[in-house]
Design a protein around this ligand. Structure first.
Ligand code: PFF
Length: 457
């Protein structure tokens, strides 16, 4: 991304919004949100998730934009540039580590999606039933070669786009395809809502049963909000560093967080009615998306074309999200380690492929790797996910809030987020600052202490 002396930048506010949304919207909305909601009790999880987005997600996104645009550097270099003492660079290093951990399993799931595009084009998914939809998903997992080749294809696509650079690569794709994805999800929703028994799915999604709220459920919702909004790991610091100086970054944070949540809910409306209508369990796990969407489109006119389009756009969403994640590592290696553009891309993506093999093969029930436990009962795939989403990202977010709330100058924060006083948004800025200083860190600490059993509620 770094050209000699001249850093690339997104060109307009419109491009900034879609590129940032392109990072937020991905497998998190379409794959992870529905399956976590399904395994964590439905509406209550949704409520906590939305609270996390508003109380923690939006303020921390604003902090990351502030740090990134002010420093115009990668996640590690930004703290150096802002003259923060050395320890704060840990946030950047943890971010680079999270980028790797997430990419190990994200590239695997993106590979499944790519393979579904191919299956849909070949007509393999026409006329599936709930039984065959399940067996088709299971066969997708079985390796060693097929899932690994799809994972490799994903990483090659991501690398090629990253080598092309921010503007040409990221901007063009996100601003044209995000709106199309939105329309397709709505079509999916309409179809899902007309399935017999759809109301049961809606009830599951929206009915809040407070007895479902346990410490681990709340931690999962918090972790998901970070994962969803690409927070706590320097992605938004890195993207903020490409923002134009007239961008209203508070407005961008709010718009991105709300649009992203809307897309997650719309994905839930597409999936849960189908789950109940076809007699499946909402707690089906990571295969939920792959087992339900082919059923949603079966037996309707143009169903297969819509299915191809749906998985194609999901593949694009997964790819643009992955680009932003890998970019955290690329910007670090090019700016801090002096690697050239090609090397700074291929070095991290090669490691992602090599270690990613562990994630992919651990998801294959016939592989010996599926029996290896890394963290408690969790295999490689789930451990990478848990460590990044539930630990590293929230801890990264907590440190960012503490840095901005207690160590950076409040005046600097206000100047940067009001575009040097031209925006007249003092009121909102003061509110966001109170959140950053008191509310977000307190909530993060409470959720952590609760999840390790230190306090009970
Ligand atoms: N927000 C992305 C999603 O919901 O799919 C995942 C993600 C992208 C996480 C980029 C972290 C990141 F840096």
């Amino acid at each position: 991304m770094e050209q000699k002396n001249k850093r690339e930048m997104f060109s307009t506010g419109f491009a900034i919004f879609f590129a940032t949304l392109g990072s937020a919207v991905g497998l998190g909305n379409i794959w992870k949100f529905p399956y976590l909601l399904g395994t964590n009790g439905g509406g209550a999880f949704l409520l906590v998730y939305l609270l996390c987005v508003v109380l923690v997600g939006i303020p921390i996104m604003a902090c990351e934009f502030y740090i990134g645009r002010k420093a115009r550097k990668n996640a590690v270099g930004a703290f150096k540039k802002l003259k923060a003492s050395k320890g704060w660079r840990t946030i950047g290093f943890m971010g680079v580590a999270s980028a790797f951990l997430i990419a190990f399993f994200y590239s695997c799931v993106a590979g499944w999606v790519y393979s579904y595009v191919f299956k849909a084009i070949r007509g393999d998914l026409v006329g599936v039933t709930s039984v065959t939809a399940k067996s088709k998903f299971m066969s997708t997992l079985i390796g060693p070669f097929s899932p690994l080749i799809w994972q490799l294809i994903v990483l090659i696509v991501v690398s090629v786009i990253l080598i092309a650079g921010v503007k040409k690569g990221i901007e063009r794709i996100t601003k044209t395809l995000m709106p199309v994805l939105f329309v397709l999800i709505i079509i999916c929703d309409i179809r899902a809502l007309t399935l017999p028994g759809a109301s049961q799915g809606l009830k599951f999604l929206f009915h809040v049963d407070f007895s479902q709220l346990t410490g681990p459920v709340i931690l999962a919702a918090l972790g998901l909000s970070f994962f969803k909004l690409s927070l706590g790991m320097g992605t938004m610091i890195t993207y903020g560093s490409y923002f134009t100086k007239d961008n209203n970054m508070i407005a961008t944070s709010i718009k991105v967080a709300l649009s992203d949540s809307l897309i997650s809910i719309l994905a839930g409306i597409a999936i849960f009615p189908a789950v109940f209508s076809f007699g499946m369990k909402p707690s089906e796990g990571p295969g939920l998306l792959f087992m339900t969407i082919p059923l949603v489109f079966s037996k309707i006119p143009f169903g297969n074309i819509l299915l191809v389009a749906f998985f194609f756009l999901t593949a694009i969403a997964a790819t643009t999200a992955m680009i932003s994640m890998v970019q955290v590592a690329v910007a670090y290696f090019s700016e801090e380690r002096g690697m050239g553009r090609v090397k700074s891309v291929l070095f991290p993506t090669s490691i992602m492929m090599i270690v990613g093999i562990l994630a992919t093969l651990s998801a294959d029930p016939t592989s010996i790797l599926s029996n290896i436990h890394v963290l408690g009962q969790k295999g490689f795939f789930d451990s990478f996910d848990y460590l990044s989403s539930n630990i590293l990202l929230p801890v990264g977010g907590l440190l960012i809030a503490i840095y901005v709330g207690y160590f950076a100058k409040k005046e600097d924060f206000k100047l940067e987020l009001s575009n040097q006083g031209t925006l007249n948004n003092d009121f909102v800025l003061n509110i966001i600052f109170v959140f950053i200083k008191y509310i977000s860190p307190l909530l993060l600490v409470i959720v952590f202490l609760n999840s390790i059993g230190f306090i009970k509620f």
